[in-house]
Design a protein around this ligand. Structure first.
Ligand code: CDP
Length: 207
């Protein structure tokens, strides 16, 4: 069973994806980490983030060791990730890795922006996780402070708005719910309630 989870930044999709993976015993891929790794490598190599060819080359030789690196979680790398994610050649280069991950038996959970629409259009379950931008900014601000980053709430809110807009309006793999996605608004839900809503939906689909 493939579970595809999409949604904007800090909507809770990663947390829900991890918990569903644990529940079903499936591996989980945070596809945002792939774009973040490419963004970080571009920053480290002092490359122009808008250089599509350079970014595609990095994506083709994906720096796997960066996927678990704490440095990919900064606000700066999030911004860089969304900029490299605009390039069609980068998205193409990262596609095979995601498709192979999704093809694992007996199942897999992937979260991102275009999983239900582009990477796994035939996923058994598609979820689209949302929350108001203010609530998402509050969550992300807390996370960044906990990681030791010095950043004010207003900056996080402004960055998320710019990133949402960029992610939703790009030509390739824009952030949008698949037609058959089940939407969960986590604005007033804690993680347990959000996972419970997802599980109720998945159970109803499979019976
Ligand atoms: O953690 P957060 O929710 O802030 O974002 P992320 O999932 O780590 O993704 C970082 C950036 O990568 C996003 O803003 C997207 O531009 C891009 N991304 C994408 O284009 N497609 C995906 N499947 C996942 C992430």
């Amino acid at each position: 069973m493939i579970i595809a989870i999409d949604g904007p930044a800090a909507s809770g999709k990663g947390n829900i994806a991890r918990q569903l993976g644990g529940h079903f015993g499936y591996p989980h891929l945070d596809t945002g980490a792939l774009y973040r790794a490419v963004g970080l490598a571009m920053l480290q190599e002092n490359r122009n983030i808008d250089d599509s060819d350079a970014a595609a080359k990095v994506a083709e030789n994906l720096p796997l060791e960066l996927l678990d690196a704490a440095e990919i979680r900064t606000a700066e790398v999030g911004e860089a990730a969304s900029k490299v994610a605009v390039h069609a050649a980068v998205r193409k280069a990262l596609r095979g890795f995601q498709e192979r991950f999704a093809g694992q038996s007996p199942g897999a959970v992937l979260d991102g922006r275009d999983i239900g629409t582009v990477i796994c259009p035939h996923a058994d379950v598609k979820l689209f996780i949302t929350a108001t931008v203010e609530i998402r900014a509050t969550r992300r601000h807390k996370e960044l402070l906990a990681r030791g980053e010095r950043i004010i709430y207003a900056r996080v809110l402004a960055d998320l708005k710019v990133r949402d807009q960029r992610d939703a309006t790009r030509k390739e793999g824009p952030l949008r719910p698949a037609d058959d996605a089940f939407q969960i608004d986590t604005s007033d839900l804690d993680i347990e309630a959000a996972v419970a809503a997802a599980l109720t939906f998945i159970t109803s689909q499979r019976t």
